[in-house]
Write a protein that binds this ligand. Structure first.
Ligand code: NAD
Length: 544
């Protein structure tokens, strides 16, 4: 029995990491600009890291800036199937020691990582996220610095809360709950759009004593690599997290078929997660246990506006919620329902703001938007815009230019058909589609919002009529895992708005919460009897 079950030594109370503003004249801005300049002048050779050893193969892939795709920031090496198997072996070997460490010792590694990230590593991770994923300084700051710091610090506190939960005992019997890591390895697969998610998908199971094979997204490799280096600098032992870039299908073929697969920690698109789930289903009988499947997937996030809403508040929330980070947040507003009586006013305010938005290289801090992540995404989103030009009305934006960087203007589309595909499908770009409804049909509208898409990630209602808020909250109970009242549907903060959705948006295990951490442990109940029975007969059997 390890002292992992005790949880007696109190960990520091977490507080949300304050965002730096990077306003002109601040030292943080000067440091970030300097880091951007050096990083843009280097080419980084990103290895596979297995059991703490860096491995380089011959078929490296380039890492480029989405806003200037001719600029190569580095290259990453791709793991072969044999190396993926070695990564599992390294994880299984490291598991023996790591799972035996006390919770507090594992926690110390992540607390140190958080402290390094908020201080000496901050500008590196923020700059890598800006250059590699085309986030503005502020968008990179709230993701790669603050959110990742929060994940690591809050998870430690949540984990302690979890493992401190112990059953009742009596004077004769002592009951204990041991929070064991899963028996096997965890496969963490991260998306391109949040640096913090990669650090959490790999970090949360590791904190709970598991060892991990981490496959980062090919289009977020620079920041993922620096996160890996930071964890090493914080004292993460070799083999606890194995960094395995490469072809996702080849890597998954090896890992999903492996008998020691104990869990999948995934964030990305619904189709990819569904494919993994199916593969695991087909493989049942091959595994040692039932793999835990945790996945946060796509969204078709809504804003529903009631006639009692404030038009300026709605317009600002829609512009920020739909277009920040080019609409590439799983939570980005991408469909909006507006009463006819308010539409012209809200539309005009939005159009004025959209005309004012600057888009371009994120190293120019005046820009509000950068480029979409890659050519595939550019082609997909511009295809949706072409469709809107033919089958709906493009009110503002609609321009796409991929010559130098993958730029797509913030685009506002109006459709008279609530089942039009841009109101139903996940676009994952800076496109907000609007349906204008008759004011008298508010209740009917809520039913349409609920039925329109298979997803249920985030959604917002704007209304100052409390009865309307109550009605929307009830009618849309299952339409969003994160529901906002008079706020944009993006920007969840760890510890404040635990994040995740249901229906086709995922398993809703709420990243950065006690619920999520509970998925990475398999509990053992221990009953100890101090004076065991010495007679097999029970008292009721005695003679009168
Ligand atoms: P994606 O599904 O294309 O990729 C996610 C990860 O899966 C990447 O590491 C990728 O390499 C890997 N992958 C791709 N194809 C695979 C396959 N066939 N087998 C195994 N792995 C495979 O997603 P993305 O474009 O990186 O990210 C955007 C998606 O992620 C959107 O759908 C967005 O809504 C979703 N997302 C959801 C949340 C959430 O919390 N719900 C958060 C962020 C992103």
């Amino acid at each position: 029995m390890s002292d992992a079950i005790t949880g007696r030594r109190r960990v520091p109370r977490p507080e949300n990491d304050p965002n730096l503003t990077y306003a002109p004249g601040t030292p943080a801005r000067a440091e970030l600009k300097a880091r951007l300049a050096t990083m843009a002048s280097e080419t980084v050779d990103i290895p596979i890291v297995i059991g703490g050893k860096e491995i380089r193969n011959s078929d490296a892939q380039p890492v480029v800036m989405p806003h200037k795709h001719g600029h190569v920031l580095g290259q990453f090496h791709q793991a072969t199937p044999a190396q993926v198997r070695q990564a599992v072996d390294a994880a299984m070997a490291a598991r023996k020691e790591w799972s035996g460490w006390s919770f507090e010792d594992r926690a110390a590694v992540f607390l140190r990582a958080a402290e390094l990230l908020t201080t000496t590593w901050r500008s590196t991770i923020v700059a890598a996220t800006m250059l590699g994923q085309s986030k503005t300084a502020y968008q990179a700051e709230i993701d790669a610095a603050s959110e990742l710091v929060d994940f690591w610090r809050f998870n430690v506190a949540f984990a302690q809360e979890l493992i401190s939960e112990q059953p009742d005992s009596t004077h004769a019997v002592w009951n204990q709950m041991e929070y064991r890591p899963l028996e096997g390895f965890v496969y963490a697969i991260s998306p391109f759009n949040f640096t913090a998610i990669g650090g959490n998908l790999a970090g949360a199971p590791a904190l709970m004593g598991n060892t991990v094979v981490w496959k980062p997204a090919g289009t977020a490799m620079l920041s993922a690599y620096y996160v890996m280096k930071l964890l090493e600098a914080a004292g993460l032992p070799p083999g606890v997290i194995n960094f395995v870039p490469g072809n996702p299908v080849e890597i998954s073929d090896v890992l999903l078929d492996h008998p020691d697969l104990a869990g999948i920690h995934f964030t990305g698109s619904t189709a990819v997660f569904n494919g993994m789930w199916q593969r695991v289903g087909q493989n049942m009988g091959k595994y040692r246990g039932y793999p835990r499947l945790v996945g946060e997937t796509g969204g078709k996030d809504f804003i529903v506006v009631h006639p009692s809403a404030d038009p300026q508040e709605v317009a600002v929330a829609a512009v920020r919620g739909a277009f920040e980070f080019q609409g590439q947040k799983c939570s980005a507003a991408s469909r909006m329902y507006v009463p006819r009586s308010r539409w012209n006013d809200i539309r005009d305010r939005m159009v004025a703001m959209m005309k004012d938005i600057k888009m371009g290289d994120v190293r120019d801090f005046r820009n509000f938007m950068g480029a979409v992540i890659d050519k595939k995404s550019f082609t997909k989103v511009s295809g949706y815009i072409d469709d809107a030009k033919k089958n709906a009305k493009v009110i503002q934006g609609g321009g796409c230019n991929g010559d130098e960087g993958y730029f797509i203007e913030p685009t506002l589309v109006e459709s008279a058909d609530p089942s039009y595909r841009l109101l139903c499908e996940e676009v994952f770009g800076p496109v907000l589609s609007v349906f204008v409804y008759d004011d008298a049909k508010w209740s009917e509208m809520l039913q349409i919002v609920d039925r329109t898409s298979p997803y249920a990630l985030t959604g917002a209602v704007f209304a100052y009529d409390r009865a309307a808020v109550i009605e929307a909250s009830s009618a849309l109970k299952n339409a969003a895992g994160n529901f906002y009242i008079n706020d944009k549907p993006t920007g969840a903060v760890v510890g404040q708005q635990p994040f995740g959705g249901a229906r086709a948006s995922g398993t809703n295990d709420k990243a950065g919460s006690k619920m999520n951490l509970a998925r990475w442990v398999s509990m053992r109940t221990i009953k100890e009897t101090f004076a065991p029975a010495t007679d097999y007969k029970y008292p009721f059997m005695l003679e009168e």
